[in-house]
Design a protein around this ligand. Structure first.
Ligand code: IPM
Ligand code: MG
Length: 359
């Protein structure tokens, strides 16, 4: 019996609702497949913790998380705490402290989910966006001087390092190589941003030589939004900077029908630290406590977690259960259904056990 130690950080808003759904499904999956179990430890870090302790998580948080096989993260953000505090107090210190430099964001139009584009259907928009997750526009470098005065200056410096760009490029090429189409699109803005982005282009060309079987092309980020919308079938794997991929992944989620189903994995490919898995959607205070949060992104990211810890068959079993439930129309309101979080979760558990999702 293999036991995986999972650190759950449900955090804010609908985070606890979807992580609860996710851990129920994981335990049903382990029970059904046998040979594995999940030992889940839940941490109460987040905005409520901040209101009591003055910080989003304790000082030794990373030390506490280190022994785990993976981190299962809900959502962060509260209406009464500034967003930059919640973000820089919890999620980013974990991503950056554990050098989870590859942020992997798959999309696909799921059965039963209505997508807004003409001429695309179930299974289309099967993309993976690889987001550089450790530097670039999110490096945290900058400052403000003469605060509040007319001559105030603020800088927000993007940092691109050869090491950082090379490693994300290798990750993206290798991911593209592992997918049937072996197709990678490298996104930059190297016409206007003539230093960091030009280095991206150069490093992409260098790394491409190591992957002769991968077909690759380059897009400027603005033109990329057009291609994603008007020629979506021409894309497969996509690599972009921290901010560009942040924006493109929202577009991808919208084109696939809903951000409610989009997952994300923050991966340390060298496996020195635990990687972190989360739904892309935020804390969604407008629906918190209503029991209607879409748990599909949290299930999908659990499948990413299973793949990462070396259980690809379990990941596939879980995703096929999720697909069957979506296909049966058991969907939350954000994707046009009337089911509650609990109903979707129960249906997925039944499907995991091989029972009909409809009964
Ligand atoms: C995401 C989110 C975050 C980001 C926000 C919440 C800061 O939009 O994961 O895409 O920009 O990284
Ligand atoms: Mg985003």
């Amino acid at each position: 019996m293999k036991t995986y130690k999972i650190a759950a950080i449900p955090a804010d808003g609908i985070g606890p609702e979807v992580i609860d759904a996710g851990t129920r499904v994981l335990s049903a999956l382990a029970g059904h497949l046998g040979g594995m179990s999940f030992d889940v430890t839940t941490f109460d870090w987040g905005s409520d913790y901040y209101k009591t302790h003055g910080s989003m998580m304790p000082e030794d948080a990373l030390e506490q998380l280190k022994p785990f096989d993976a981190i299962y993260f809900g959502a962060v953000g509260a209406p009464d705490v500034p967003d930059h505090i919640t973000l820089w107090g919890l999620r980013l210190p974990i991503c950056q402290g554990f050098d989870q430099y590859a942020n992997v964001r798959p999309t696909r139009i799921m059965a039963g989910v209505k997508a807004p584009l003409r001429d695309v259907g179930v299974g289309d928009l099967d993309w993976v966006i690889v987001r550089e997750n450790s530097e670039g526009e999110y490096s945290g470098n900058g400052g403000r001087t003469h605060k509040g005065l007319p001559e105030e200056v603020a800088t927000e410096v993007s940092i691109f390092t050869r090491v950082g760009v090379t490693r994300i490029m290798r990750y993206a090429f290798s991911l593209a190589q592992s997918r049937p189409r072996k197709l990678l699109t490298v996104v930059t803005k190297s016409n206007a941003q003539r230093y960091g982005m030009v280095m991206w282009d150069e490093i992409a060309a260098e790394v491409a030589l190591e992957f002769p079987d991968v077909t690759w092309d380059k897009m400027l980020v603005d033109a990329m939004t057009v291609r994603m919308t008007l020629n979506p079938q021409s894309l497969d794997t996509i690599v972009a900077t921290n901010l560009h991929a942040d924006i493109l992944s929202d577009l991808a989620g919208a084109l696939a029908g809903s951000l409610g189903v989009a997952p994300t994995a923050n991966i340390d490919p060298e496996r020195r630290f635990p990687s972190m898995f989360e739904p892309i959607h935020g804390s969604a205070f407008d629906i918190t406590g209503k029991g209607i949060a879409n748990p599909v992104a949290t299930f999908w990211t659990a499948a990413q977690m299973l793949e990462h810890i070396g259980e690809p068959a379990a990941a596939e079993h879980l995703m096929s259960a999720v697909d069957r439930v979506c296909e049966a129309g058991i969907l939350t309101p954000d994707v046009g259904g009337t089911a509650t979080t609990d109903e979707v979760t129960k249906a997925v558990i039944e499907a995991v056990k091989g029972r009909n999702a409809l009964t």
